[in-house]
Design a protein around this ligand. Sequence first.
Ligand code: ADP
Length: 590
Amino acid sequence: MKKSRTEGLNYKFLILFFAVSACIILAVFVGFIMNETIVYTHFFYIPILLAGIWYRKKAIYVALFLSFFYVLVTLFSPQAELSVHVFERSAIFVVVAYVIGFVSEKRAKGAEKLKETKEYLDNIIKSSADAIAVVDMEGIVRSWNKAAEDYMGYTADEVIGTSNKKFFAESEEAERIMEIVLRDGELKNYRTTVLNKDKKPVHVSMSAALLRDKNGVPVGTVRVSRDVTKEVELEEKIREERDNLNLILESMDDGVYIVSKDYEVEFMNKVLIDEFGKQVGSVCYKVFHDREEPCPRCKNTEVMKGETVRWEWHSRRMNKTYDLIETPLRNVDGSISKLTMFRDISERKRIEDELRETCEKLTELDKMKREFLNVAYHEMRSPLAPIVGYASLLERCEIPDKGRKYVSNIEQCARELEKMINRMLELARIDSRKVELILEEFSIQEAVQEVVKSVEPEAKAKKQVLSTVVPGIEIQADKQKTVAIFSNLISNAIKYTPEGGRIDIMVEDRGENIRVCVTDTGIGISEEHLPKIFERFYMVDTSLTRKSGSLGLGLSIVKEYVKLHGGIVWATSEVGKGSKFVFIMPKRQK
Ligand code: ADP
């Protein structure tokens, strides 16, 4: 490349050199040998012109040299005389050289700029990720970039100069594209299918513009195409899924419809068509609500934002209540439609309203029952006091031993009965929220001792060891209820532990709380019964429970009292080995 450039330079230089030499020889010949005065200087314009074109402003040197030589010849020629015309002509040489040099310099710069711009554009075209091709008016490919090579498989050399028809899957497509571009002057995001070198279809999105020459005559089209095969496949998949979805929706028992963001019904399944008629294409507010504008409760805005909404709608026209689930559905073109599922819940609603009334009635009845039981327990307790009283009076009278035994039995049974009724009454009062804590400061040690003292005879009778570990701390609680908690737990431990067993009562100071454990070595409670023993009237059917005439209320009262103090109670047990009842209760009430 460099070599040919040097050669080119030498060649031009040689021609110029010969032209200048020819002019000098001509001047010498005409001036000294022919002794003529004819104007030979017109020939000087030839080297000046050549120098101006080839060496631009440097042509002035050629003009100056020739002018100088002309003056010399004129000066020494016997015929010619040095007149003002000679200098005038010389000056014209320089001016002409300057003008030609200036013009050709400008032209050369313009050409360089054009070349740079062309190179820049070529680079853009080459490096573009989109395929760019130029096709002339006859459909012949004139330019083909790297991206086009990549996805079409053809190199630029293979396609430039050939017809673009072979690239299209459909033979008329080449003409169709040319027609549109000629008609509209451009083509935007046109989807078409081309065939690559292996004859595999490639989906492309093509934009094209018309190329015109400087007179405005169309000379071809420039086409920019992008491979959108993946997008097209995805769209196809979405379309297929949408078709499948429609099939599923069609076979559903619930009503289903799809509306566009402009409220236009796009799909209705058979269930809805049977109910509202075939309304695809109409606006949903007219179809379902008989309105002229969107309903105030319409959920289109939320659903279009991507939310799924569930709400109930009562159709006055149908006198039916529907449970509606509305969810966004993405379309092939990226837009969002709303899918709505209608479920007729009129029947369920009616049942719910039956149920509500029944519930209200039951609550009423429950209240009446509680009030009745409260009164009944009081009434049942009233005759018991005189029975116990008279029985103890009778015991003091002179009666035979057998009669004394009967009287003692009557008194004992009456006391048991009184205890049971008192428990039932207490639970009834707890249920009616009539029980409140009466708080006082007391020593937990004293309270435990009080209980132990009352149950000791029983434990002694069964030869049981009753051990207590209780710190001397003061607590603030309802003393009577705290005593009842201990009393129930310790009595149970004695009751359900066979002769010679052991009962441990341990109270721990746990900062803000006390932790109490009543452990026995008794019969234990099986896993099956353990979770239920705090329920009312729940008894594990054992010979001991039967014998003791239990009622299954003691632990319910324990649970309620601990709860009233803001504490919790639980039990662990192993059948045949014993049970452990634990409760935690705050030392003071807030
Ligand atoms: P009851 O008045 O029958 O003792 P409770 O509510 O106090 O009623 O107890 C419910 C049931 O829990 C009892 O019937 C008994 O089977 C079981 N139970 C309670 N404490 C113990 C224990 N320490 N050992 C074994 N079983 C127990």
